[in-house]
Design a protein around this ligand. Structure first.
Ligand code: UDP
Length: 367
């Protein structure tokens, strides 16, 4: 079976790393990787391929730093050419970026089967580019690989039981990646020593989502909250380039370690030793749970509702007072982190088995 995997952004490299490792165990499967170039800085792209030993992309489209329409359009054109040449049995796409949508659309128009990893997630906020990308991708996918029961339920409610596709709950590949790589990250990472963090409590924070960076009011409120929190606990803030470009150097107090984006191994070490996570990232919310850390989410809603329902995560939006009070409340919480919400590392195996069955299964909706 010949697969083309389309990736372009940091979280997709991490997810594809887990599935690629599994595909490599099957001698009857061949995977070609297309890197659209959406993330291109070495600390947002190359470092992930190197550390996690993801197979080198056969194709690099180098498409980045442009508006959504131009970016998605050029990716569509580039990917279509590759698929016409390679004639794969299926295209695998991950998550909710422009690369996801372009990969799925190019494949579907050429009648190549589409497998969507992380299908069925919804924020129910149609102003988010991610929500638009994921809804459109789901609708044209043949194999919808859902990380959670809630994701399956979302698709069921949207009528996917009547659509010609297969919906399957697999668990979350990010937990596969976190389990595998966290066993080897300590040897490779020196970040905690470099930041002099060993033994000292700290909060780990990331901010990059357009709804926060595109709104000066929201970004100011988040900065005010972090400056307040830093009075009681150090804050480590690996800054996405989009956010870094908007934040003047003096916006943050000195006790906040403003650092460049880090590789996955450094991030895993930061997660293992932090006291709490504050983030607007989808991936970080789950990783906080994987490492039994409370999380405050800097958004008004989340796709990972089971974390909020289970008391692992508090939605604080971008209100300074709510963020600070949620920080204090969550620090004192001790929820049961032993719950199996994401499959405990079994997702990639299920995804690869489902890929093998693709085309022979007919359509089904299953939990
Ligand atoms: N991440 C990383 N280095 C960083 C920030 C994030 O390795 O400096 C990882 C993080 O651990 C998670 C993924 O990137 O696995 C999340 O990516 P991002 O927040 O960009 O996207 P989202 O999850 O919101 O789609």
């Amino acid at each position: 079976m010949k697969l083309v995997t389309v990736v372009g952004a940091r979280p997709q490299f991490i997810k594809a790393a887990a599935v690629s490792r599994e595909i490599a165990q099957h001698s009857d499967m061949q995977e070609l990787i297309v890197h659209t170039g959406q993330h291109f800085d070495s600390n947002m792209s190359d470092i992930f391929f190197e550390e996690m030993r993801i197979p080198r992309p056969q194709y690099r489209l180098d498409i980045h730093s442009m508006g959504h329409g131009a970016m998605t359009g050029r990716m569509l054109e580039g990917i279509e050419g590759i698929l016409a040449d390679e004639k794969p049995d299926a295209v695998v796409v991950y998550g909710d970026t422009n690369s996801t949508l372009a990969g799925a659309l190019a494949a579907k128009k050429l009648h190549v089967s589409v497998a969507h990893v992380e299908a069925g997630l919804r924020s129910f906020n149609m102003t988010m580019p991610e929500e638009i990308n994921r809804i459109l991708t789901d609708r044209i996918s043949d194999l919808l690989l859902c990380p959670t029961d809630n994701a399956v339920l979302n698709l069921r409610r949207e009528g996917y039981g009547d659509f010609p596709c297969t919906v399957l709950k697999t668990g979350d590949v990010m937990q596969d990646a976190a389990l595998f790589y966290s066993a080897i990250s300590a040897k490779a990472s020196t970040l905690l020593e470099r930041l002099d963090l060993h033994g000292e409590p700290y909060a780990l924070c990331t901010v990059h989502r357009a709804e926060n960076t595109d709104s000066p009011e929201r970004l100011d409120a988040i900065v005010a909250a972090l400056n307040t929190i830093a009075a009681s606990m150090r804050v480590v803030l690996p800054l996405h380039p989009r956010t870094a470009a908007l934040l003047p150097r003096d916006a943050l107090v000195e006790r906040i370690a403003r650092i460049d984006p880090v590789g996955y191994f450094d991030m895993l070490e930061l997660l293992k030793h932090t006291n709490i996570v504050l983030t607007d990232s989808g991936g970080l919310q789950k990783e906080a749970f994987f490492f039994a850390k409370p999380c405050v989410t800097l958004r008004d809603e989340t796709e990972w509702v089971e974390l909020v329902e289970g008391g692992y995560n508090a939605l604080a939006g971008a209100n300074a007072e709510t963020i600070v009070s949620s920080f204090s409340t969550m620090l004192g919480r001790r929820p049961d982190f032993d719950q199996d919400l994401y499959g405990r590392g079994s997702a990639s195996g299920k995804i690869v088995e489902a890929l093998k069955r693709l085309g022979t299964d007919g359509r089904s909706i299953a939990r």
